[in-house]
Design a binder for this molecule. Structure first.
Ligand SMILES: Cc1ncc(C[n+]2csc(CCOP(=O)(O)OP(=O)(O)O)c2C)c(N)n1
Ligand SMILES: [Mg+2]
Length: 382
């Protein structure tokens, strides 16, 4: 509330609008909103009356500033950041527990938030210094040893080229981290080859890996299957669901990736529950003839939630996370796409080949075993 000697001016206009969220952009700067959101800006300025002009704030200037701000943020695509799990990113494999030994942490465009456990003890050593590079000065944490306001990508390039000119005598810890990163639990090798039914998530990874090696882009999303996919695949280009772990954006992300890289195959791997969030984006992909391949790890469950319930309430007390073992491949066919249904490991390779060759959006619906996500610190992985 303004004080009695303060005044308030409020502005909103039809043109003070901007749109953001999921977009497809085409040649000629045309934009199509998928299910993006349109926002109307409303600003209120409170202050004393200027006794010369009898203005609180020049109305015309206020509208001009607002217009500029709206134009700046209009049509920005909101894409999730790596990585929802931060220190817990399953791709780190056995390196995750070693990160806590670091004596220097460089955060490039990353806020010291929950995904890096606030860069504080006990997640990092008590004496660990933090250097934070961020384009936004307001994001710099007061306690950082050094805060730099700059484009993080440019700083990363500068650091890398400066580092190339240095002789590094102390590689042991770095090598240890790299080795741990490249090390997966021993039972994984067998799981990747396994012919068992329902199919092990790592067996799905084994079938996908050669396509990624040949340049396919990976989109990984959702639940326990999403964690397995992130852990079990090496992709040169990988998009995963955002820092908060919000699920469901895989197909829109895959559509965007295909538009950006029309010559590269795009594979979205996601759980059945996750598919349910924005399954109809397949229709968008079909209408725009974008042949993305969606691989659904179908365990007929919201397994991530199911596992949490087991952990917290016990195995006999799970509720409300069951799904039907639906034939999502048939949904693809109904929308003008290509569908494959796979129940046996030996059928994975030919089904993926057909899906990738189909030239239209495809769904590969794979009946998988609903396993808990991989863990590395608490005993052997599943
Ligand atoms: C938007 C959103 N809603 C709900 C959740 C909570 N959530 C996380 S994983 C999950 C279930 C995912 O199920 P599925 O995709 O089938 O993967 P599974 O765990 O079965 O492998 C849910 C509901 C979330 N992270 N984001
Ligand atoms: Mg599931």
């Amino acid at each position: 509330m303004p004080r009695p000697d303060e005044y308030r001016v409020s502005v909103t206009k039809d043109y003070l609008v901007f749109a953001s969220a999921h977009f497809i952009t085409f040649a000629g700067h045309r934009c199509e909103g998928l299910h993006g959101h349109n926002y109307r800006a409303h600003v209120t300025v409170e202050g004393e009356l200027n006794t010369e002009s009898w203005f609180v704030f020049d109305f015309v200037e206020l509208k001009r500033i607002m217009r500029r701000l709206c134009d700046q943020i209009d049509h920005l695509v909101l894409l999730p950041m790596e990585s929802p799990r931060g220190f817990n990113d399953p791709w780190l494999h056995l390196a995750a527990p070693l990160l806590g030994q670091a004596d220097l942490l460089v955060l490039l465009g990353k806020k010291p938030d929950f995904v890096v456990r606030f860069a504080q003890a006990p997640a990092v050593t008590a004496g660990c210094r933090v250097i934070q590079v961020d384009a936004d000065a307001a994001s710099l944490r007061a306690g950082a040893a050094l805060g730099i306001v700059a484009d993080p990508a440019a700083v990363a390039d500068q650091l890398a080229s400066a580092a190339r000119g240095q002789a590094w005598g102390h590689r042991a810890w770095g090598d240890e981290v790299m080795r741990a990163r490249a090390t997966v639990p021993a039972p994984w090798a067998e799981a990747r080859r396994s012919a068992r039914t329902p199919i092990h998530p790592l067996r799905v990874c084994a079938a996908l890996q050669p396509h990624l090696d040949r340049g396919a882009i990976l989109v990984a999303d959702g639940g326990e299957f999403g964690q397995w996919v992130q852990a079990g695949l090496e992709a040169e280009t990988r998009l995963i669901n955002g820092p908060a772990g919000s699920i469901g954006s895989a197909i829109p992300m895959a559509v965007a990736a295909k538009l950006r890289h029309p010559d590269r195959p795009v594979i979205a791997a996601l759980g059945d529950g996750t598919f349910g969030f924005h399954a109809f984006e397949l229709d968008t992909a079909a209408r725009y003839r974008l042949p993305v391949v969606t691989v659904i790890g179908n365990d007929a469950r919201w397994n991530a939630e199911h596992q949490l319930q087991i952990q917290h309430y016990g195995a006999g007390r799970t509720v409300g996370c069951e799904l039907a073992p639906s034939r999502y491949d048939q949904l693809a066919a109904a929308l003008g796409g290509h569908g494959e249904h796979v129940e046996r490991a030996e059928d994975l390779d030919p089904a993926l080949d057909r899906a990738l060759r189909a030239g239209i959006p495809a769904i590969v619906n794979v009946t998988i075993e609903g396993l808990p996500a991989p863990t590395y610190t608490a005993g052997p992985a599943h």
